[in-house]
Design a protein around this ligand. Structure first.
Ligand SMILES: CC(C)(COP(=O)(O)OP(=O)(O)OC[C@H]1O[C@@H](n2cnc3c(N)ncnc32)[C@H](O)[C@@H]1OP(=O)(O)O)[C@@H](O)C(=O)NCCC(=O)NCCS
Length: 399
């Protein structure tokens, strides 16, 4: 391991740290104008840098909260801007940054962290697991016909770019975050979203749906117009709704937009039933399924007790080499979770526990891959039941 040290970043180092991240992702360094647009998204005292003595790597987070199975919420660190200079990789810099960040979260009583990963092979070793996945879909607008039973929906009004930017926070905050894994959008998120739509490849529009009780959904999209015979594509950037009426009404609107050949959306909830709206289900194709939210239970005892469970109890053994204090046995039941010395019904590593935690995967499926080690079928059945959730996990917010 080379000689470097890790410490909290000062605010006047945030720009350099962001550029370390951008260079690591092969993105050009920021102009003064770009930095001015996003500087306010840096929550103070949430960045860590590695120095040798130059800044060679960084990681940061902002404070938010996440919805848990059962409907409760808990504080969460949304981790982002992770990067190490290309001439200093593979010598433990990220490992040291991750350790410093987890220690800081533990000191501040923040029990969990979430991130979106650039690559699938980086974060498992640090105890992060894929807790939520999303599907990318494409709809053939010319062939897709709604079924006659699909709700008519309410009133739609359309916002342009400036109104979208002004109203986004209140629109998002007005809707319930019902899926396990959904996070609150804090002021640290919006500057980046604003920058992205301002430099998007087409005009931004937001369709707002009003039901009997007021606003209950919105969809933000851009349309990339065809050139030389290529299809025109309506790209959904954000789609949130609180009722089946709003879901159907917003899709009716999307289908009604002229000069569009295809409608696409990325990383939608796996169980979002878009295809069921259509007479011919084949007019919706799933292009890919990807990891969406990676979760880390920083304080396993607190997090296991914070969600709800249904069904027969189990004892689960957790192995957490990166945060050793989490290792041990926990009894899970409809009364909650507590440490125990009872024999374990199943054993998992910390990253696999994260995959189970929001109900994103079944223990019996993870057992097929050897990631859950169980005493028998009955233990797996009970684990499947205990961790199951009414709707699929989904973060729904990129950061
Ligand atoms: C990913 C990145 C931050 C890793 O930093 P790093 O300082 O090289 O990581 P470490 O040296 O601490 O690596 C720890 C372990 O993870 C492994 N690892 C790190 N990055 C990996 C990757 N991209 N793929 C596979 N394994 C990886 C290392 O080989 C090492 O394994 P070992 O302990 O068995 O030797 C760095 O490569 C980077 O900046 N990449 C480009 C930007 C990026 O993808 N950032 C993440 C955004 S979500």
């Amino acid at each position: 391991m080379s000689d470097f040290s890790v410490r909290l970043l000062r605010s006047d180092e945030d720009r350099a740290a962001t550029d370390v991240f951008r260079r690591a992702l092969h993105v050009k360094e920021m102009t003064d104008e770009e930095w001015a647009a996003i500087a306010s998204s840096m929550q103070p005292d949430r960045g860590f840098g590695a120095f040798d003595p130059e800044l060679i790597g960084a990681v940061r987070s902002f404070d938010t909260e996440v919805t848990l199975p059962g409907g409760g919420t808990t504080p969460l660190a949304a981790v982002s801007l992770v990067g190490v200079r290309a001439d200093r990789t593979r010598r433990g810099v990220l490992t040291a940054l991750m350790r410093a960040q987890f220690e800081d979260l533990a000191d501040r009583g923040c029990p969990a962290a979430m991130l979106h990963a650039s690559e699938g092979a980086i974060y498992g070793r640090f105890g992060y697991g894929i807790a939520a996945r999303g599907k990318s879909i494409e709809v053939d607008r010319h062939r897709a016909r709604l079924r006659p039973e699909v709700p008519a929906g309410g009133e739609i009004s359309l916002l342009g770019l400036e109104d979208t930017i002004a109203q986004w926070p209140s629109l998002f905050d007005a809707l319930p975050r019902t899926r396990p894994g959904m996070i609150a959008r804090t002021p640290h998120l919006w500057p980046g979203y604003e920058r992205d739509v301002r430099r998007a490849n087409g005009p931004t529009a937001t369709a707002v749906h009003r039901g009997p009780d007021g606003v209950d959904g919105y969809v933000t999209y851009i349309v990339e117009r065809a050139h030389f015979g290529a299809p025109s594509i309506l790209k959904i950037l954000s789609f949130h709704h609180a009722s089946p009426d709003a879901f159907a009404g917003l899709w009716r609107h999307l289908l009604s937009v002229d000069l569009v050949d295809r409608i696409t959306a990325e990383k939608r909830p796996l169980d979002e039933p878009v295809e069921l709206l259509f007479a011919d289900l084949r007019q919706v194709t799933v292009q890919k399924i990807q990891d969406e939210g990676w979760l880390r239970l920083v304080d396993v005892a607190t997090m296991l007790d914070a969600r709800t469970y249904q069904g027969e109890p189990i004892v689960i053994e957790v192995r957490d080499p990166f945060l050793e204090h989490n290792s041990g046995r926990y009894r899970l039941s409809s009364d909650g979770a507590a440490r125990t010395t009872d024999p374990a019904d199943l054993a998992v590593d910390a990253d696999t526990l994260s995959m189970l935690y929001l109900g994103g995967w079944r223990a019996s499926d993870l057992a097929v891959a050897g990631r859950v080690r169980a005493t028998g079928e009955s233990a797996l059945d009970r684990a499947d039941q205990l961790f199951s959730t009414r709707v699929n996990s989904w973060c729904g917010t990129f950061f």
